[in-house]
Design a protein around this ligand. Structure first.
Ligand code: HEC
Ligand code: HEC
Ligand code: HEC
Ligand code: HEC
Length: 159
């Protein structure tokens, strides 16, 4: 006999299984780990300004909180530059395929949806830019996202 288990119950069960990992704290897994499943997003990031934000600083500046707060905010957790997880949240718990495919579950365990406000935390008036930060104009300059194959798979399943 088959039992029908509603989605919220399944999600609660999955959450219970994941909670110990959440409690463990240290939540960053590094861009190299995201790369395994998001190779094109990784390449776009690697070639972009955020991956090299630490490299723009001198050795002395890399020890200076007044610089690292924007150029290497996760340096104390071993991550260089402005990494995937600086914007998307620490991936220790959400970075598993079955979690990532579940929008609600992924967000419940740390996936952050970045937007204009995320950028403005660093792209402030004090950043050395000649023009005011314009989200619509700047977002395309760091364009990255889903794997083309993932998009096709999703459409194939009629989601
Ligand atoms: C084991 C494979 C795997 C790893 C590792 C992984 N992801 Fe994912 N990710 C996926 C899959 C699968 C999806 C769902 C793609 C889809 O449905 O088109 C996804 C979706 C996403 C989404 C969109 C989710 C949404 O609901 O909006 C973001 C953002 C994302 N991943 C970021 C990351 C980041 C950042 C990391 C590293 C910290 C990471 N992923 C690591 C497999 C992975
Ligand atoms: C409030 C966030 C913030 C802080 C704090 C900050 N920066 Fe930056 N920095 C930025 C942003 C954003 C840019 C890119 C600006 C642009 O080109 O529009 C940038 C650009 C730079 C660049 C130019 C990089 C290039 O490739 O052209 C250098 C060098 C730099 N910063 C050094 C520093 C140093 C040194 C400090 C500490 C004294 C510092 N920054 C503190 C946000 C910050
Ligand atoms: C500076 C912040 C920032 C960094 C760094 C960053 N992302 Fe993103 N990411 C975003 C934003 C903002 C979006 C949504 C863009 C949009 O609205 O089209 C996004 C979208 C995505 C998506 C598609 C989500 C969807 O629902 O279609 C994936 C997957 C993703 N990022 C993975 C990564 C990975 C992997 C890395 C590191 C290799 C990374 N991101 C680095 C800000 C960032
Ligand atoms: C944690 C701080 C931080 C966040 C959050 C952040 N940036 Fe940046 N961004 C930087 C720094 C630092 C640089 C300069 C990197 C370098 O060259 O050293 C930069 C450079 C850039 C550049 C190249 C310079 C320019 O202004 O044309 C673009 C484009 C950019 N960021 C877009 C974005 C967008 C879009 C978002 C939000 C989705 C975002 N950034 C979020 C810190 C940040």
């Amino acid at each position: 006999m088959r039992h029908y288990t509603p989605a919220p119950v399944l999600r609660a069960l999955a959450l219970t299984a994941l909670l110990p990992a959440l409690a463990a704290g240290a939540d960053l897994i590094g861009a190299e780990t995201c790369k395994a499943c998001h190779p094109s997003a990784y390449e776009a990031w690697k070639d972009g300004p955020h991956a090299r934000a630490t490299a723009s600083l001198t050795e002395a500046q890399r020890q200076d909180r007044r610089c690292t707060s924007c150029h290497a905010p996760d340096a104390d957790k071993g991550a260089s530059g402005v990494g995937c997880e600086t914007c998307h949240g620490g991936g220790r718990v959400y970075a598993q395929a079955y979690v990532m495919r579940d929008r609600e579950l992924a967000r419940a365990v740390g996936l952050v949806e970045p937007g204009e406000k995320t950028c403005l935390a660093c792209h402030t008036e004090s950043a050395p830019s000649l023009t005011r930060f314009d989200y619509a104009h700047k977002l395309p300059l760091i364009a990255h996202g889903r794997e083309p194959a993932e998009g096709a798979r999703r459409r194939g399943h009629g989601e």
